[in-house]
Ligand binder design. Structure first.
Ligand code: PLP
Length: 391
C-alpha cells in the first residue's frame, strides 16, 4: 500500500531508526492508548516482552505464583518462567475456552502474586469475577490481550481493566507490525517501572525521564521505528476489519446452529465485543458417527477450508518439567515445592478441550459472507459422509 510504503521509507531514508530519534513509536503509543482509553502505552519489541515488562513492574519473581489458564500460547507461560516464578494452572471453562474464574480463589496461596487471564482468540475472560477476586484478595491482574485487539468487557477495552494489559502485534495478529507488542496501564508507578525495564532504566528525559536513583535491572525490549510506522497505518484499517470479522463470525455462528457437533466458543454476557482473532469451536465426534477430530479436520481442509486444531494440554508439555528441573530453577525451588506444584497441576476440563478444540484464523473472517456459507457447507458435507470417512 502506497501510504505504508511512504512512511516506511521515511524511516529508512531519514536514518531515524529508534524511538529516541524518530516520531513513529511515540505517535503509535499515543494513538493506541487513545484508541483503548488507556493512560499509558509502552511500545515493545513483541508481546512476550510486554508481558515480561508487566511482570517486572509488579515485581513478580522467584517463589511467586502466577495464576493462569493452560489454554494459551506458550509465550504466556514463558514470560512467567523467565522471572523464575511458578505458573499455577487454573482449569479452563471449556465452553468459553477462558480461565475458569470460579476456580481461581481455590488456587490462591500466600505466594500468589498475580492473576493472568488470557483473552484468547479475542474472546474475553470473566473480568467481573476476576476483578472482584483481585480486589478482595489484593492480587493484581495482568491481562494477556495479545489476541484481543479492540475486544471489550462491558464496553471497556480489554487491557485497561486489570493493572496492566499486553498486546502482540506479530505479523499474524489482527493488528500486525511484523514483530511488535505493547503494555498498557493506567497506573503511573507501574508505567514507570515497566517503561524503565523495557529500556534498561536508562530512559532519556524527553521520554518520561529516568530516575536513576530508582533504577533497577532492565533490558532492551524497545520497539523500532520501522514497526511503529507500519502499525500506525494498519491502525487506520483495524476498526473496519474488526466490524467485518464480527459480521462474518455472527453469520457463521448462525449457520453452525444447524450443525450439531460443532459448537462455537461461548461468550460471557459481559463480553460486548469479541475481536475474533480466532473463531474457536469444539468438536463432538458423537455427532459425526465417531469420526476422530484429526480425520474431521483433514476432510474439512480437503474442502478448501483452512481449519486448525486448538492448543494442546500446555500444562503437561515437557518444557515445564525440563525448566523446573534445570539448574537455575533448582537453585530457587526445593524438590518439595516442585512436587507440590506437580500435585496441584490438574486441569481435567482443559485436557478434554485439548481433544475437542479447533479454530479458524482471523484472515478467514475477513472474507465474504459466502465464504462463511462455504465453511458451513463443507462441515455439513463431512457430517453426511462421516461414516464412510471412518474407513
Ligand atoms: C496469548 C498470547 N500471549 C502472548 C503472545 C506473545 O506475543 P509475541 O509472539 O508477539 O511475543 C502471543 C503471541 O502469539 C499470544 O497469542
Amino acid at each position: 500500500m502506497p501510504e505504508d510504503e511512504k512512511d516506511w521509507l521515511e524511516v529508512l531514508r531519514t536514518g531515524r531508526w529508534w524511538r529516541q530519534e524518530g516520531r513513529f513509536v511515540r505517535e503509535f503509543e499515543k494513538a493506541w492508548a487513545e484508541r483503548l482509553g488507556a493512560r499509558h502505552c509502552i511500545a515493545t519489541a513483541n508481546g512476550t516482552s510486554a508481558l515480561m515488562a508487566s511482570l517486572h513492574a509488579l515485581e513478580v519473581g522467584p517463589k511467586d505464583e502466577v495464576l493462569v489458564g493452560p489454554y494459551t500460547f506458550i509465550a504466556t507461560i514463558n514470560a512467567i518462567l523467565l522471572h523464575y516464578a511458578l505458573p499455577v494452572f487454573v482449569d479452563t471453562d471449556p465452553e468459553s475456552m477462558m480461565i475458569d474464574a470460579a476456580k481461581i480463589e481455590a488456587a490462591i496461596t500466600p505466594r500468589t502474586r498475580c492473576i493472568m487471564p488470557v483473552h484468547l482468540g479475542g474472546n474475553v475472560a470473566d473480568m467481573d469475577r476476576i476483578l472482584e477476586i483481585s480486589k478482595k484478595r489484593n492480587i493484581p491482574v495482568i491481562e494477556d490481550a495479545c489476541q484481543a485487539h479492540l475486544s471489550e468487557w462491558r464496553k471497556q477495552k480489554v487491557s485497561t481493566l486489570g493493572h496492566l494489559g499486553c498486546f502482540s502485534f506479530h505479523k499474524l495478529k489482527n493488528l500486525p507490525g511484523g514483530e511488535a507488542g505493547a503494555a498498557m496501564t493506567n497506573d503511573e508507578s507501574l508505567y514507570r517501572r515497566a517503561y524503565g525495564f523495557h529500556s534498561h532504566y536508562r530512559t532519556p528525559p524527553n521520554e518520561g525521564g529516568a530516575d536513576r536513583a530508582a533504577s533497577r535491572n532492565g533490558i532492551n525490549l524497545r520497539m523500532a521505528e520501522f514497526q511503529a510506522a507500519i502499525l500506525l497505518r494498519h491502525l487506520t484499517r483495524l476498526e473496519e476489519q474488526a466490524r467485518r470479522r464480527d459480521q462474518n463470525a455472527a453469520h457463521l455462528t448462525e449457520l453452525l446452529r444447524e450443525t450439531p457437533g460443532v459448537v462455537p466458543a461461548r461468550m460471557y454476557s459481559g463480553c460486548t465485543r469479541n475481536a475474533y482473532h480466532l473463531y474457536m469451536m469444539r468438536y463432538h465426534p458423537e455427532a459425526f458417527a465417531g469420526l476422530p477430530r484429526a480425520r474431521f479436520l483433514q476432510a474439512v481442509r480437503a474442502e478448501g477450508i483452512p481449519i486448525g486444531q486448538g492448543y494442546g494440554p500446555l500444562n503437561q508439555d515437557p518444557f515445564l518439567e525440563n525448566t523446573l528441573s534445570s539448574r537455575t530453577y533448582r537453585a530457587v525451588y526445593t524438590e518439595r515445592e516442585i512436587a507440590q506444584w506437580r500435585e496441584r497441576n490438574h486441569c481435567p476440563a482443559n485436557d478434554r478441550l485439548a481433544q475437542e478444540g479447533m479454530w479458524l484464523g482471523q484472515t478467514v473472517l475477513l472474507g465474504e459472507k459466502r465464504d462463511m456459507d462455504d465453511i458451513a457447507t463443507a462441515i455439513r458435507k463431512v457430517q453426511r459422509s462421516a461414516e464412510a470417512l471412518k474407513t
